[in-house]
Design a binder for this molecule. Structure first.
Ligand code: ZN
Length: 197
């Protein structure tokens, strides 16, 4: 897999944390991909594909109320209607820089988006599955589920309007359907579901 980084600009230039990510991008991406691959029990793999990785200076576009709201800061960028995502675009760089967004949360965001990316690489049909499955598997692979539920229970009024509510909804629905199954089994089931579409 080839990794292409999009140069960042603006007020984040020269920031040490971003420099660190840029200088270690290959390792950081591979580490996130490794977590997804192992969660899937080896069912999904990195295929020969190009990954564009970029920072944007768009922090104000995303409302930052809670750490789990920040999990929306990295969004898979779809460069065309229905096109497979070949980008992981880091948005909301401000949140990334803030004190309460530590490496763990950043790593979880990356694993979440990497799950979307790897599923798109391996199972193009998975995009036709219900959204709660698409988001649920990314959330659970990244280990964000409990945090999302906890935050939502504590601050439902602070969670931004839908589609943000999609996240707690996805966790609940996903756990209802797959709860108790080990993740590799869930991946196997999702693979079966998407191949039947
Ligand atoms: Zn997602």
């Amino acid at each position: 897999m080839e990794i292409v980084t999009i140069p960042y600009q603006g007020r984040f230039r020269g920031n040490r944390k971003i420099e660190y990510v840029y200088n270690n991008i290959e390792n950081i991406i591979n580490e996130a991909a490794g977590k997804v691959i192992s969660a899937s029990g080896g069912l999904v793999r990195l295929t020969d594909d190009v990954l564009h990785f970029g920072f944007t200076d768009m922090g104000t576009c995303v409302p930052f109320f809670t750490p789990s709201a920040i999990s929306r800061c990295i969004l898979p960028f779809r460069p065309g209607k229905g096109a497979c995502s070949t980008y992981i675009l880091l948005m909301g760089t401000e949140a990334f820089l803030s004190d309460y967004l530590g490496r763990t949360t950043f790593d979880k965001m990356l694993v979440h988006e990497m799950t979307h990316k790897l599923l798109m690489m391996n199972w193009p049909n998975h995009n036709k599955l219900p959204l709660y499955i698409i988001e649920g598997i990314a959330i659970e692979t990244a280990g964000q589920g409990d945090d999302i539920i906890r935050t939502y229970r504590r601050h439902p009024f602070r969670m931004p309007r839908p589609p943000m509510h999609l996240y707690p909804y996805a966790v609940v629905k996903f756990r209802e359907r797959f709860g108790g199954l080990p993740l590799p089994e869930v991946y196997r089931e999702i693979g079966r579901l998407q191949s039947s579409l």
